[in-house]
Design a protein around this ligand. Structure first.
Ligand code: PEP
Length: 257
């Protein structure tokens, strides 16, 4: 990915409910995504649609990601899907440590194991971190630092080129209140902080693939977040379920200098 190319990731979560709808949504995004030179689009559907969508289209301007992956490649693990299976199916990216999975009991240790296994299998990891709340004393910074340091324990510096950190303050995810997304100033502060934590941990010259923002990102705030928030891309939930809205996000990102 060139330096200024933005990465925009659609996290469909547990939507839509049929292959027909998933294909329709995907095709609606694909037409726009495949035209945009300055954006790498990644669509992360539920597991059951991965094969269908991989066979539908796989090109350098749109890629398929999974929403999770287990830490083992094969064996007696009922219900799990392994990183090797994903890689062998043509999947290129995987979201690890989303706050909705952490809420189901995943901790930094599990996320670390999943991250290591995914990297080893040749997937690009989108590692999610984010605080539940903020305070005046800045407790969010120590919280994010702990998530990063523990989730990336034992990862080689050279593997960072295949890891995106998605900063997703939990309170801003699908936020219906007036404040919606976090302010671009605060996003900028956090992207700088994340890069500093990574530099302290891995040394000067560390090359993380990108630091992304997620949390009520949509067509109206994309430009502000990418330009003033200094984010390398976006992880988009709700607005990725509407092809028109998502395509406006892609087009806006494509026009950022
Ligand atoms: C998410 O859950 O990763 C997310 C960013 O959701 P939304 O865009 O709906 O806030």
């Amino acid at each position: 990915m060139s330096k200024n190319k933005k990465i925009i990731i659609a996290n469909w979560k547990m939507n839509p409910v049929s292959t027909k709808e998933a294909k329709k949504l995907f095709l609606g995004i694909k037409i726009t995504a495949s035209k945009l030179k300055n954006v790498q689009t990644v669509v992360c559907p539920p597991f059951v649609y991965l094969n269908e969508l991989v066979s539908e289209y796989k090109g350098h301007r749109i890629a398929i990601g999974a929403q999770d992956s287990f830490s083992e490649n094969a064996g007696s693990f009922t219900g799990m899907v392994s990183p090797k299976m994903l890689k062998n199916s043509g999947v290129e990216y995987v979201i690890i440590g989303h706050s909705e999975r952490r809420a189901l009991g995943e901790d930094n240790k599990m996320i670390n194991e999943k991250t290591k296994a995914s990297i080893k299998s040749g997937l690009k990891v989108i590692l999610c971190v984010g605080e539940r709340s903020r305070d005046e004393q800045g407790k969010q910074f120590s919280f994010i630092k702990k998530e990063l340091v523990e989730s990336l324990d034992g990862i080689a510096k050279g593997s960072l080129k295949n890891i995106f950190v998605a900063y997703e303050p939990i309170w801003a995810i699908s936020n219906n209140s007036k404040n919606k997304a976090m302010s671009s100033n605060d996003i900028h502060e956090m992207t700088i902080f994340i890069k500093k934590v990574l530099t302290d941990k891995f040394g000067v010259g560390m090359k993380i693939a990108g630091v992304l923002y997620g949390g009520s990102a949509g067509p109206l705030n994309t430009k502000d977040i990418l330009e003033n928030g200094n984010a390398d891309g976006l992880l988009v939930g709700r607005s990725s379920l509407d092809a028109k809205k998502f395509n406006r996000i892609l087009e806006t990102a494509n026009n950022i200098e």
